[in-house]
Ligand binder design. Structure first.
Ligand code: UD1
Length: 374
């Protein structure tokens, strides 16, 4: 049966790929998106799917949201402000867009007549803070951010908070206590918890997908607050070496946007996902140094990454997903790392110069001015 589906943030990176998949599957798709200037720079993205209906308004605009929601049976809530560093000096904006925007949506679901049978919200691995670790003496540990003195001494690996031994990173499961370390992460935690609480209270099946580090075509490139794959891509395409914070051995779980779309479709279809928060990643850690090497190779450049040996405020050392829970519902990442990186590099190679401006140094100066690096 054809469903009517609302995708907030449907002109963005994740949202637009999801819209393509939903239109392909024959659903009736409505998009609510404000075409955020920092992402779209005043341009209408060329990839907007003509099979969807677009409402260009902010997610905090209750009236527009109500109009967009009319008759929708499924809501994918992808609209968000996404710069972790930036959230530390635009505190109100991040809470307004991410937390209050979600609150407005929930208010509509609670106080107005609607047809929504499923709500899927975009959560983030950033709500974990540091990942899960094992200490040879103390067992499983959930460390907080590394102490300042340790970072100042350029001693990068996480130590056991009890005995000081070096720790081994483990896959992080959904049961790990949440220690968000940025305003962005707090706004995402609030969004997730509010959505699940309202969903449960009113019997609206709700799923929070905790995205790990997403990469792929349509990633905002020039936005200096975007993720590391986009930043490195812009640096390399402009013949500048990627700058690696710390020593390059810090790791993340890089997941292709195509797999993120698959997880969303699964969350829509599967009642087993209802009222749960689920990790979406590959279950595989990759170091930032390796990302730099692979991208340099794929762009065919002779550059050497610059290891800054600096700390970016709020950064964690390691976190990769335990995907047991979502795998039990039938999810399996299908894009292999190399293949996904190649797809990203090919797409970046096709972008016009104006869209791959390298704003890294400007953003870096801003972080330094605000003492957000060490
Ligand atoms: C990222 C996203 C966050 C999202 C989360 C999960 C950003 C800014 N952060 O957080 O929104 O919720 O994934 O999907 O989009 N690094 C460098 N050099 C650079 C940039 C980064 O060495 O030029 C390093 C960082 O110090 C860090 C790692 O790369 O160790 C990853 O950084 P980043 O891509 O910003 O991701 P997260 O902080 O994990």
């Amino acid at each position: 049966m054809r469903k009517k589906v609302l995708v907030t943030g449907g002109a963005g990176f994740v949202g637009s790929h999801l819209v393509d998949a939903l239109v392909r599957d024959g659903e009736e798709v409505v998009v609510l998106d404000n075409l955020e200037y920092q992402v779209h720079e005043g341009r209408l993205p060329g990839y907007l799917n003509p099979g969807a209906k677009y409402v260009f308004a902010d997610v905090t605009d209750g009236e527009a949201l109500e109009r967009a929601l009319e008759g929708c049976e499924v809501v994918f809530h992808e609209a968000a402000a996404v710069g972790v560093g930036q959230s530390m000096y635009q505190v109100e904006k991040y809470m307004r867009v991410n937390a209050i925007g979600t609150a407005k949506l929930l208010d509509l679901l609670v106080n107005r007549e609607h047809d929504v049978e499923k709500l899927v919200v975009a959560s983030s691995m950033s709500i974990y803070g540091e990942g899960k670790y094992e200490c040879a003496d103390c067992g499983i540990v959930y460390p907080r951010l590394r102490p300042r003195e340790q970072l100042a001494a350029r001693d990068w690996e996480v130590k056991c908070p009890t005995c000081g031994l070096a720790l081994k990173p483990l896959p992080t499961d959904e049961g790990k206590p949440l220690f968000p370390t940025s305003i962005y992460a707090m706004s995402k935690r609030d969004q997730e918890e509010m959505s699940l609480a309202i969903g449960k209270a009113y019997g609206i099946p709700t799923v929070a997908l905790r995205y790990f580090n997403i990469y792929g075509p349509r990633q905002a490139l020039s936005n200096p607050y975007t993720g590391v794959c986009a930043i490195f891509s812009c640096r390399i395409r402009n013949d500048n070496p990627p700058v690696i914070f710390e020593d390059g051995l810090q790791s993340r779980d890089f997941v292709s946007v195509q797999d993120i779309v698959r997880a969303n479709l699964l969350a829509m279809e599967s009642s087993g996902a209802d009222y749960r928060a689920l990790n979406v990643g590959t279950g595989r850690p990759t170091s930032i140094g390796e990302i730099a090497q692979v991208l340099i190779r794929l762009y065919g450049k002779r550059l050497k990454p610059k290891v800054a040996n600096k700390y970016r405020e709020g950064d964690i050392r390691h976190c990769y997903a335990d995907i047991t829970a979502i795998s039990a519902l039938g999810f399996a990442p299908q894009v292999a790392f190399e293949e996904g990186m190649r797809e990203l590099a090919e797409w970046v190679g096709l972008q016009p110069e104006c869209q791959v401006a390298d704003r890294f140094e400007k953003a870096q100066r801003e972080l330094e001015r605000r003492k957000l690096t060490l």
